[in-house]
Design a protein around this ligand. Structure first.
Ligand code: GAL
Ligand code: CA
Length: 346
């Protein structure tokens, strides 16, 4: 009996060694069936992030992995997303990438995944810390929200210091409005807080005229901005938007009212989406902050493949054992070309 076992072990070790040479993984471990669930198909940044994710996973086909990626978008309903995750699991997914609709309500999805022992990589919409502690196979990949707010603030400070014309009424203060993303989203809350603090910390005198919640959405931002312009007319000198789509929506509002360039405020966004970068290049936005979708996608794919194959997990660096944050980058007209290149390389 013992001989049979040790012969078995030797055959197993040989098989493993042979596999390692041919870059083949042990049975089943080279099949990565990814289920991706995201909150809403109308979100510009998410659409581009999902496209990056496809590219990043495909890279692993070269290394002998079989990759199948299924994507579901939930049209803003957590209920729908819970059902979609159930379907993805039933159809055989062995790893899940989840962009929650309601970042405070992941319990149903966590329970489902735990029942089937399938790891979850949450991304972009960060669950609260207590929920991340519910199980040890939960991970998060995203950007450090505070940094994006600080960088947007630093862009504003540099512009205001370089151009006294921004203070159009010459009262020594910058009158500003904020366009905020979804209420309750970590990026909306933290970006708004940090951009304002950064202006204050740099001794820029500011006066908040108003704010509008526009749920990351260009059309909603245009409406909110039209309302704010009707209240404040030419007083607004700076528009701080939590993302590029809302910065562009604000600009749409001014265009609709036929404002000329010399009477426009300064607009700043965050994301560096295709439309955002183009607007920076054309000086319609004064700047943006790059939300590194290529970096996030490649970190998600790397982690997913490691979790399924059981290989390479020890080389991945986590914060607090389960978090990966990819840094943001400032984008101005001077640096925007680098970012177009970054995208075409992906
Ligand atoms: C943010 C991004 C927004 C929106 C949001 C969705 O990080 O800046 O544009 O995509 O995520 O969760
Ligand atoms: Ca002023």
């Amino acid at each position: 009996m013992r001989k049979i076992i040790s012969a078995g072990i030797i055959v197993y070790i040989m098989a493993q060694t042979l596999c390692a040479c041919g870059k083949q993984q042990p049975d089943g471990a080279n099949k990565v069936y990814v289920g991706v669930a995201y909150y809403d198909q109308s979100d510009t940044f998410l659409g581009q992030l999902i496209a990056c994710l496809k590219n990043s996973f495909q890279e692993y086909e070269k290394d002998g992995y079989e990759i199948v990626m299924q994507v579901r978008s939930a049209s803003g309903s957590q209920r729908t997303q819970d059902d979609q995750v159930k379907e993805l699991i039933d159809s055989g997914c062995n790893v899940l990438c989840v962009n929650l609709v309601d970042r405070a309500d992941p319990s149903e999805i966590i329970d489902l995944a735990r029942e089937h022992n399938i790891s979850i990589i949450f991304f972009n919409r960060e669950p609260v810390a207590e929920d991340m502690m519910q199980w040890d196979k939960l991970y998060y990949v995203g950007g450090p929200a505070a940094q994006s707010g600080i960088m947007q603030g630093e862009l504003a400070v540099a512009l205001i210091q370089a151009d006294t014309g921004i203070d159009r009424n010459k009262d020594g203060k910058i009158q500003y409005v904020v366009l905020e993303g979804e209420a309750g989203h970590q990026d909306a809350i933290i970006r708004t807080k940090n951009v304002v603090e950064t202006l204050k910390n740099n001794d820029i005198e500011i006066e908040k005229l108003s704010y509008g919640i526009a749920n990351w959405n260009r059309a909603q931002a245009q409406n909110r901005m039209l309302q704010m312009i009707s209240q404040h007319q030419n007083e607004i000198e700076l528009v701080l938007a939590n993302n590029d789509d809302m910065a562009l929506g604000a600009l749409d509002a001014y265009e609709k009212l036929n404002y000329t360039e010399s009477t426009l405020p300064v607009f700043l966004g965050i994301d560096g989406t295709d439309v955002g970068l183009e607007a920076v290049r054309d000086s319609r936005l004064a700047g943006t902050v790059y939300n590194d979708k290529e970096g996030q996608a490649s970190a998600i794919a790397k982690l997913a493949v490691a979790l399924v194959s059981g290989k390479g997990l020890e080389q991945i660096e986590f914060e607090n054992e389960k978090y990966i944050y990819l840094p943001y980058l400032k984008v101005t007209k001077d640096t925007v070309d680098e970012f177009f290149q970054k995208q075409s390389r992906n």
